[in-house]
Design a protein around this ligand. Sequence first.
Ligand code: CAA
Length: 246
Amino acid sequence: MSRVAVVTGGIGGLGTAMCRDLTKQGRRVVSTYRKVNEEKAHEWQEERRREGFDIAIYEADVADYESCREMIGKVEKDIGPVDILVNNAGITRDRTMKKMTLEDWDAVINVDLTGAFNMTKQVFPGMLERQWGRIVNISSINGQKGQFGQANYSAAKAGLHGFTKALAREGARKGVLVNTISPGYIATQMVMAVPEEIRNKIMEEIPVGHFGVPEDISRTVVFLTDDAAGYITGANFSINGGHHMF
Ligand code: CAA
């Protein structure tokens, strides 16, 4: 039986590559989508089918604990227990601190950080019981180095790695391995929404001289969630073209 992998925000820029690559690896992949994206999610699923990927989609708002609980309940009933979770869903509300509102702060913390708790909480006990699990938290270069105009996002993404390290300790003796990936600037809609002038300046700071592609990240998700990756936990993988080295 294929292991079941849930990717939050799987219909987005990075998530789509993760869903494809995990399916190629032989996982039974489930992507979450938000209610507002219902139509888009079904179109996305159709497109993946045309490419030869059968990916299940389930509605959930990662910022809403009950919604996550209900969604994982349905997945377990329809497909089976979740062995692999990729906490990938994330949003930005970039503003300088002077302009940032409490709403901008809460929105980003609730999705990018609390969302990982809300999802992990549903699957972690089962992974411990079955003595096998893989969790990958998608953080960001900007959680490592901080970014002008991203106090909310940088805080949430830095928080994710603390979350990873604590869970890695809790899961280690039970075969549940938890890691962080910190992508740099990958050419997705989220990055392309940064004004061009600022984006060009950011590009100049990247030693390899270009933005990454989603597959740069999804290949590492596959590697970390492989059955053979049994000795990597609590680690943070920087995939940023040399943009931030430490
Ligand atoms: N460093 C220092 N100063 C900067 C700066 C920087 N990086 N960027 C802007 N400034 C300065 C401007 O020169 C200007 O200075 P003056 O006031 O002296 O003229 C001032 O800051 C502008 O301040 P404002 O409050 O008016 O800012 P703004 O509204 O013009 O823009 C912003 C603020 C929207 C945050 C804009 O700077 C921006 O979009 N920055 C990019 C943020 C970013 O990298 N987001 C990543 C999104 S993708 C992602 O997050 C994925 C991932 O994980 C990598």
